[in-house]
Ligand binder design. Structure first.
Ligand SMILES: N[C@@H](CCC(=O)N[C@@H](CS)C(=O)NCC(=O)O)C(=O)O
Length: 255
């Protein structure tokens, strides 16, 4: 259970609206991080609206910077009726943790082992994994995928580029071997990464895993392959795809 945050009933009556900003253009919504945020919002069971922005030359359009100075997507904005201030929050991990605290404590594992509350090293294995994957996903895995993407785009005869790309592709295999062993040794026997229930960390990591499934393939990693199928079979995932398709007017396709 996450920190006991403000009374959910109070938040409900405040009618907070959640807006998601993402890029809308051929093949971009599906490649953005917005879809997994939609999935989390579906799990939160709160009303939210989607505001779509079109990319300009593959980049964030200038008006995105009016929402957040870095102009990245997704950005979550929360407005309370009758109040002028609005909260604009970027960075998937931050947004996820914020939403889980307020609306979906059931998507975070219990933090402390019984009798060890507040003690350093008293955390449950599930929670430690949860915290790890909330950070590893963007910090390590997505940044590796981005480096490979960028290296693939560079047109150069410089052999360093190709050797670096090959090195990074070997890193992918190392990461996948690690993740396969993690899913096979999940707390409580799984079937999710942090134990027997879905957590926000599963939703967080779903995006890079789907990208890997459709690019390098997961045939050599049967545990991960089955895990990805389990995730995409979830009603919340399916609902998020429907919302994404309705908002973009495009059929969902990963790459
Ligand atoms: N680590 C950030 C990454 C945000 C990010 O780079 N988003 C991409 C879209 S998925 C973007 O805004 N790209 C357009 C640009 O950089 O102009 C997060 O998880 O929110």
């Amino acid at each position: 259970m996450a920190t006991a945050y403000p009374d959910p009933a109070r938040n409900e009556s405040a009618k907070i609206t959640v807006r998601v900003a993402f890029f809308l253009a051929i093949r971009s919504l599906e490649r953005s991080r917005a879809q997994r945020l939609l999935w989390l919002l579906e799990e939160c069971r709160i009303p939210y609206e989607i505001k779509a922005y079109k990319r300009v030359d593959h980049k964030a359009p200038p008006e995105m910077k009016q929402v957040h100075p870095l102009g990245k997507a997704p950005v979550l904005t929360i407005e309370e009726p009758g109040k002028l201030d609005r909260l604009a929050m970027a960075e998937s991990g931050t947004v996820f943790e914020y939403l889980v605290d307020y609306y979906a404590p059931h998507l975070a594992p219990k933090r402390f082992q019984d009798g060890r509350e507040g003690n350093i090293c008293g955390e449950t294995r599930s929670w430690l994994r949860y915290r790890y994957y909330m950070h590893y996903t963007e910090g390590s895995l997505m940044s590796l995928l981005m480096r490979i993407h960028v290296l693939g785009e560079i047109k150069s005869d410089d052999s360093t580029v190709e050797s670096t790309r090959k090195h990074e592709l070997r890193e992918v295999q190392t990461y996948l071997t690690f993740l396969e062993s993690q899913i096979n040794s999940a707390p409580q026997g799984g079937p999710y990464l942090c134990g027997n229930g879905l957590t926000a960390a599963d939703i967080m990591i779903s995006l890079p895993l789907l990208v890997l499934q459709s690019t390098v393939g997961l045939n050599e990693y049967p545990g991960l392959g089955a895990y990805v199928e389990r995730l995409t079979g979830r009603p919340g995932y399916k609902a998020s795809i429907k919302r994404a398709e309705t908002a973009s007017g495009e059929k969902y396709a990963l790459i």
